[in-house]
Design a protein around this ligand. Structure first.
Ligand SMILES: [Zn+2]
Length: 148
């Protein structure tokens, strides 16, 4: 009994190693694993539609959210960056102007049409403006904006 039965069963001698390595503009098919173009919507091998990496609706929602946040932040910064002394002085002598300086046009109009809060404006408005400005700074601090 001589065991000359040494047939090599696993010889990795198919010299096509580079066939399955995707290049920069290639990717694996999600279904069959074939190397296909990254931009390919449908795999030419198996015909399965490739899923995009992230849905455009999510991106759109994110960017509108960021825009809203940015808009609010700019508004708050505008309020917080006003000179507090100037606003308080202004709102003592010319109450609606004090409101207007920190972007509270609605409050300025209410103040104007209520005869300067029935002539109590100089006692109220400087401190109200002060509070609005402090609140704006508070919110900027809480949202992690530096310099407040
Ligand atoms: Zn495929």
């Amino acid at each position: 009994m001589s065991d000359t039965d040494n047939t090599p069963e696993s010889t990795p001698n198919d010299g096509s190693e580079d066939a399955e390595t995707p290049r920069a503009d290639e990717a694996y098919c999600a279904d069959c694993g074939e190397v296909i173009k990254k931009e390919a919507e449908i795999c030419p091998e198996c015909g399965v539609r490739q899923k995009p990496s992230d849905t455009p609706t999510d991106q759109q929602q994110q960017s509108t959210q960021q825009a809203t946040v940015g808009h609010r932040q700019r508004k708050l910064e505008k309020i917080a960056n006003e000179d507090k002394t100037a606003v308080m002085l202004m709102s003592f002598f010319l109450t609606p102007v004090g409101y207007w300086m920190i972007g509270k046009t609605g409050l300025a109009l209410i103040n104007f049409f209520t005869f300067n809060y029935f002539l109590l404006g100089p006692l109220i408005v400087p401190f109200h403006c002060h509070k609005i400005m402090e609140d704006a700074k508070d919110e900027l601090r809480r949202s992690g904006v530096e310099g407040y």
